[in-house]
Design a protein around this ligand. Structure first.
Ligand SMILES: O=C(O)CCC(=O)C(=O)O
Length: 186
């Protein structure tokens, strides 16, 4: 395992106060979560998409419901962390990880932009990175704690894959994404 985090990954513990965390979790609990189905199999985690919906089977994005009011201040703070205007975070994804749920190795969808901000609530998780294969494989892992935020940008977003090991207790994450800008040249 490498000693330092992948370039572009910035971890911010205690981004939220406990009171903010509980208030958010209370509202999140009431969201309508949908199942994540990949290759016909339902994952243990469930998601609620706002702004844009990502199709786990189609790999396509489609316009989704607007951001709920209660997530707006969190989006403002996430945007401030990376010096973006809030509206640039066109997509918000709330993920519910019941105990034992995780997410496999992946890079975030190409349709989304170069910077992702994630905020964690209630439970911790083992957040893992890998790049390269065989003897060239590099890994890094850290415990992402409740109330923390992370920025996933640069090489951490584009060159490394990430995964989350099965959680021990319920965890919610709220991740914010921009839309990728395509140039006229493609
Ligand atoms: O829950 C998280 O913090 C990360 C979620 C994630 O990697 C994803 O939805 O692609």
């Amino acid at each position: 395992m490498t000693a330092t985090a992948p370039a572009g990954f910035d971890y911010r513990p205690e981004f939220l106060t406990t009171a903010e965390e509980w208030a958010l979790a209370e509202d999140i609990r009431r969201l309508e979560f949908g199942e994540v189905r990949m290759h016909g199999v339902a994952a243990r985690r469930r998601t609620a998409h706002f702004g844009w919906r990502y199709g786990y089977e189609s790999w396509k994005i489609d316009p989704g419901p607007p951001l709920p009011e209660f997530l707006s201040p969190l989006r403002d703070r996430a945007a401030a962390l990376v010096a973006l205007d809030s509206e640039e975070f066109a997509e918000a994804l709330v993920t519910e990880y019941p105990a034992g749920a995780g997410i496999g190795w992946h890079r975030d969808a190409l349709q989304f932009g170069p910077v992702v901000v994630g905020v964690s609530l209630l439970g911790a998780c083992r957040f893992r990175f890998q790049r390269g294969q065989g003897t060239a494989r590099e890994t890094y892992a850290l415990s992402v704690e409740p109330r923390s935020a992370y920025v996933l940008g640069g090489a951490a977003r584009s060159a490394w894959q990430h995964a989350i090991s099965p959680t021990k207790t319920l965890r919610y994450s709220v991740t914010f994404r921009t839309l990728r800008r395509y140039s006229a040249a493609g």
